[in-house]
Design a protein around this ligand. Structure first.
Ligand SMILES: Nc1ncnc2c1ncn2[C@@H]1O[C@H](COP(=O)(O)OP(=O)(O)OP(=O)(O)O)[C@@H](O)[C@H]1O
Ligand SMILES: [Mg+2]
Length: 346
C-alpha cells in the first residue's frame, strides 16, 4: 500500500494551483488555512469574495491538482467564503481624503497604459478635478519621465512622502526614488511593501480621483492593490489585435473575481493616420469595442497610433497639456468626461 502523502507534499502540489484570475498561487496568497491527512485529504480554504464562482473553480482546481498524484487518498475541499472586508481588519481601507481610486490596467505589456494614465489624469485635472497619479509599475516606472519630473520627493520625519506636483497632478513614481538607470530589483515581499507604501505612505491629500498606473498582467502588485484599497473601478487598455484582447479578458476577469467594477475598455493604437490623413490599420481595429460588448462592459473609445503622443510622453509634457485641441486630445478629454460622470454616479 503506498504511504500517505505528507502535508508538505500536499502543500507543494497546492503551490502550483493559481487563484482564479491571478497568476499568484493559493499557498502564497494565504488562501489555504489547513491541510489534514487521514483516510482522506482535507484542504480547508478561506476566501473573501462575493463571486460564488470562485469557490467552485478553486475546489475543482485543488481536486484536479491533488487527485493526479499517485497514492493520493480521496480529496475533500472545504471552502469558507467570507464577504470581502471593506474597512478595518486586513481588507481594503480607503485612503483618507481620496474619494475615488481608479486602476489603469492591461493584460499585455506595452499597450499604452502609462500614456493613457498620464493623459487621462491631465484631462481630469483640466476638468477641475483634484487628481493624483500613482505609478504602481515598480519594475518599469514611466510616469516620472512622461510627466517630466526629476526632483526627489520630500519625506517627513515619519517617513511619509510628499507627492511631486506636475501639470496640476500630484504624482508619485518609483522613477523619482531610484538613482538614474538603476533597475528596480525587488523581490516578492518588497514589491508588496512598496506598493502599500505608495498607497498609504504618500501624503495624497484631498483628491477627487487617484489614478493608478499598473504594470501589465495579473501579478503581485495588482493583488496587493485590490487588497489594500477599495477601487472605484478599473480601466482596461488594450490594442486591437487578438493577442492583446486575450490578455485584456484575463485582466477583466481578475478584477471581476475581486469585485472591482470595470469602468470601461480603451482601444489604443487603433489604426495609424498618416500625414495625408489616410488611415492605416496596423493592428486592425474594432477589437476593443467588440470585446467590451462581449464582456458587457463599457467601451470608452479608441486612440490611433499618433507619433505626437509618444513624442509628448518622451518630452515629459502629456499631449493633453501641450496640444489640448488636437483630435487625439479631444478624444481623451471625452473619455475623461465619461469616466468622471461614471464615478460621480457611483
Ligand atoms: N497611441 C499611441 N501612439 C503612438 N505611440 C504610443 C501610443 N500609445 C503608446 N505609445 C508609445 O508606446 C510605448 C509604450 O507605451 P506605454 O509605456 O504607455 O505602454 P504601457 O502599457 O504602459 O507599457 P508597460 O506595460 O511596459 O507599462 C511608449 O513609447 C508610448 O509613447
Ligand atoms: Mg507602463
Amino acid at each position: 500500500m503506498p504511504s500517505l502523502p505528507t502535508k508538505e507534499n500536499v502543500s507543494a502540489l497546492l503551490s502550483k494551483v493559481s487563484y482564479p484570475g491571478f497568476s499568484r498561487d493559493i499557498i502564497s496568497f494565504g488562501v489555504v488555512r489547513e491541510i489534514r491527512i487521514a483516510e482522506e485529504v482535507t484542504v480547508q480554504l478561506v476566501i473573501a469574495t462575493n463571486d460564488t464562482g470562485v469557490a467552485s473553480e478553486l475546489r475543482d482546481r485543488v481536486v484536479k491538482a491533488l487527485a493526479a498524484e499517485e497514492g493520493m487518498p480521496p480529496v475533500k475541499v472545504l471552502v469558507d467564503v467570507q464577504a470581502p472586508v471593506q474597512s478595518g481588519g486586513q481588507g481594503p481601507v480607503p485612503i483618507p481624503g481620496v474619494r475615488h481610486v481608479i486602476a489603469v490596467a492591461s493584460g499585455k505589456g506595452g499597450v499604452g497604459k502609462s500614456t493613457v494614465s498620464v493623459n487621462l489624469a491631465a484631462a481630469l485635472a483640466a476638468e477641475g478635478l483634484r487628481v493624483g497619479l500613482c505609478d504602481c509599475d515598480l519594475y518599469g516606472p514611466s510616469i516620472a519621465l512622461m510627466c517630466g519630473a526629476k526632483e526627489r520627493p520630500y519625506a517627513d520625519e515619519e517617513g511619509r512622502i510628499e507627492p511631486v506636483i506636475r501639470h496640476g497632478l500630484r504624482m508619485m513614481s518609483m522613477g523619482l526614488l531610484l538613482e538614474d538607470d538603476s533597475p528596480a530589483v525587488l523581490r516578492g515581499p518588497m514589491v508588496t511593501r512598496y506598493t502599500q507604501q505608495f498607497l498609504r505612505n504618500v501624503l495624497w491629500g484631498d483628491l477627487d480621483v487617484l489614478l493608478l498606473d499598473l504594470p501589465p498582467g495579473t501579478g503581485d502588485i495588482q493583488l496587493t492593490i485590490v487588497q489594500t484599497v477599495p477601487l472605484a473601478g478599473a480601466v482596461i487598455v488594450t490594442t486591437p489585435q487578438e493577442v492583446a484582447l486575450i490578455d485584456a479578458r484575463k485582466a477583466v476577469s481578475m478584477f471581476g473575481k475581486t469585485n472591482v467594477p470595470i469602468l470601461g475598455i480603451i482601444e489604443n493604437m487603433s489604426g495609424f493616420i498618416d500625414p495625408e490623413g489616410r488611415r492605416h490599420e496596423i493592428f486592425g481595429s474594432g477589437g476593443g469595442e467588440r470585446e467590451a460588448a462581449r464582456l458587457e462592459v463599457a467601451f470608452l473609445g479608441s486612440l490611433p497610433l499618433d507619433p505626437a503622443l509618444r513624442i509628448a510622453g518622451d518630452a515629459g509634457t502629456p499631449l493633453i497639456v501641450s496640444s489640448p485641441d488636437s483630435p487625439v486630445s479631444r478624444t481623451i478629454t471625452e473619455m475623461a468626461g465619461t469616466l468622471a460622470s461614471t464615478i460621480r454616479r457611483s
